[in-house]
Structure formats: structure tokens, C-alpha cells
Design a protein around this ligand. Structure first.
Ligand code: UDP
Length: 317
């Protein structure tokens, strides 16, 4: 198949490109490099089935030839990024999704939307099944991301119902692994970076909020399985193993062997406003429909991520 990935130079997009190329498909990666980086795809330069186009998906996209699948991953998913760039975040979720849908429709291609657990907001139902409509503050600092993704889901379903477009929606829960940006401000990169530099680990507030962390190869497996299915309704993709942020800090200390202390800080900006108290996917649908569930343990996945950052910091030193 000929597959286009928006956000193809990003963390998840580049891993997807690798997987799809290894299965014999052709891949076109589109990215404006706002948060993606050519470092993530430089090993693909010269690959006969790979093409990179630097382009902002909120602008009209012209692609020559046919396409079988449009995978729309372009996004600014880190809270620190979307607090700094609220309008680009809204634009890529809304206008970018509209453009990507238009392209899929013109090419009669399947369209797959990368959505997010943030559509559930600060959830009042735990764990979160796809049937839960969420608890989002539209005017809070996270609203720019959450609402753009909720709009993206709505317009995807509208193209499906009104234009008969063949669509998929997957809701990604916290995912980590090699190629994350060390400076993206998220908990995984902050803690690993701090531990490897011998700095204190910054646990926000009292560290009692929970997240469930999924290794990127497991997520990619789920996306590929969904691509081959015929499921139009949203599907959660994430790891149901939930932990408190303070527990996660201890795991990072253990696996890096760092002797950093853990400090409790209360951010003075808005980054923890409306921060979901708990998050864990109910993956019953993915299990039933796709026969999918995560296989990589936190120890293994975090270990591989630490190795990546060790090498990267050493190369940059
Ligand atoms: N967090 C933290 N210390 C950090 C960065 C994040 O305690 O240095 C917390 C943050 O407040 C949130 C959780 O870790 O409760 C996950 O944050 P992240 O930015 O990774 O993504 P989110 O899941 O909120 O989208």
C-alpha cells in the first residue's frame, strides 16, 4: 500500500514509518518539523519506498499519485508545548485534520485519526472505556488540545457518515520510547533526563496523580492492527498498568541507578491546572476487536528508553 503519515518525522510517526516500510509498504512522511525532527527519519534517507515532504498540514496538501491510507498523527501533544503554542495546537487538530480528511477523500483512501486519552479530560469514570464522553474544561489551558482532538473525532465521524469515508479513530494513552524529545516537558523525558544528569526528579504537587505508560512498539502494533480491521468507532490504545507519578519516579531511579533525590514542586505556570487526577485505559475493545494488548513491560520499555537517551546525550556532549 502507499501510506501517507502526517507528523511522520515525530516520535510515534517515525516508528510507524519504520514498521510500515518493513512490511513492504511505501511511506510518505509529511511534517513541518515543529516538534518532529529529521533525526528521527535520517536512517530512511535514500530508502526507495520512503519520501519526506516538509509541509504544514494546516495548509492545502498536494500529493501526486494514489494513496491507500492517510494516517493523521501531526499534533502538539505535550502539555508544555500546547501551553506555549495554543493556537498552532488548535489549528493542527482542527484545520490539519480537515485537510488530511480532504486528501483522503480525494484519493479514496482510508483515513486514520490519532486521537488521545485527553478526550476524557479529568475523568469521572475509571478506567476509561470508549463509551465515556469525558470531563473536559473547554476554556482551561488544556482545552486547546483536548477540544481540538474532540473536534477532530467529530469531523472524522462526519466524513465517515456524510461522505462514506473509510475511517478509524484510535485514542492514544501516554506512550513513551526512543525518539521522544528530551525537552518535551513530559514526565518520562523529564525524569529520565534529570536522572541521567544527576539532577533532582521534579514530581509535581504530591505525586499522587496516576498515568499508565505504553511502550511505542506496542502502540504501533495496535495501530497497524486497527488499520487492517474495519472498525469505525474509537478504540483505546494504551497500557492498563497504572501507577502514581511518585512510583514512576522511583522506577526511573532504580533503572538508571541514579542517586538523584525526588523533589515535590508546585509549578507556578498553568501546566498542572486541570491535570487529570487519574488515567488508565479500558482496552476491552482493542482486545476483542483487534486481539491486541501491550506486551512490553515498563522495566523493559523504560530500560530501552534510558539506553536511547544515554546514547543521545553522549553524542551531544
Ligand atoms: N509530571 C511531574 N513531573 C514532571 C512532569 C510531569 O510530576 O516533571 C506529572 C504531570 O503533572 C502529570 C503526569 O506527570 O500528572 C504526566 O504528565 P505528562 O506531561 O507526561 O503528560 P500528560 O499525561 O499530563 O499529558
Amino acid at each position: 500500500m502507499r501510506i501517507l503519515i502526517t507528523g511522520g518525522a515525530g516520535f510515534i510517526g517515525s516508528h510507524l514509518a519504520d514498521r510500515l516500510l518493513s512490511e513492504g509498504h511505501s511511506v510518505i512522511a509529511i511534517d513541518n518539523l515543529a516538534t518532529g525532527h529529521t533525526r528521527n527519519i535520517e536512517h530512511l534517507a535514500g530508502h526507495e519506498r520512503f519520501q519526506f515532504i516538509r509541509h504544514d498540514v494546516t495548509e492545502y496538501m498536494y500529493i501526486e499519485g494514489g494513496l491507500d491510507v492517510v494516517l493523521h498523527l501531526a499534533s502538539l501533544p505535550s502539555p508544555v508545548d500546547y501551553l506555549k503554542k495554543p493556537i498552532p495546537t488548535l489549528k493542527v487538530g482542527a484545520l490539519g485534520t480537515h485537510k488530511a480528511l480532504g486528501l483522503a477523500r480525494a484519493k479514496k483512501a482510508r483515513f486514520m485519526l490519532a486521537s488521545t486519552s485527553e478526550v476524557y479530560g479529568d475523568p469521572l469514570v475509571h478506567p476509561q472505556p470508549e463509551s465515556y464522553w469525558g470531563n473536559v474544561n473547554p476554556v482551561g489551558p488544556r482545552g486547546v488540545y483536548d477540544e481540538s482532538k474532540r473536534f477532530a473525532e467529530a469531523i472524522t465521524m462526519a466524513y465517515h457518515r456524510y461522505h462514506g469515508l473509510d475511517t478509524r479513530i484510535f485514542r492514544i494513552f501516554n506512550t513513551y520510547g526512543p525518539r521522544m524529545r528530551p525537552e518535551d516537558g513530559r514526565v518520562v523525558t523529564n525524569f529520565i533526563g534529570q536522572a541521567l544528569r544527576g539532577q533532582p526528579l521534579t514530581v509535581y504537587d504530591d505525586g499522587s496523580r496516576t498515568r499508565s505508560f505504553c511502550f511505542v512498539s506496542d502502540l504501533v502494533d495496535g495501530i497497524v492492527k486497527l488499520m487492517h480491521s474495519s472498525e469505525h468507532e474509537p478504540v483505546n490504545l494504551g497500557n492498563p498498568l497504572e501507577m502514581k507519578i511518585i512510583e514512576f519516579a522511583q522506577i526511573v531511579l532504580e533503572l538508571t541507578g541514579a542517586r538523584s533525590e525526588i523533589v515535590f514542586v508546585t509549578p507556578t505556570d498553568e501546566r498542572t491546572k486541570d491535570d487529570p487526577q487519574v488515567r488508565r485505559p479500558d482496552i476491552s475493545r482493542a482486545r476483542t476487536i483487534l486481539g491486541w494488548e501491550p506486551r512490553v513491560s515498563v522495566q523493559d520499555g523504560i530500560g530501552r528508553t534510558i539506553d536511547y537517551f544515554r546514547e543521545r546525550f553522549a553524542a551531544e556532549a
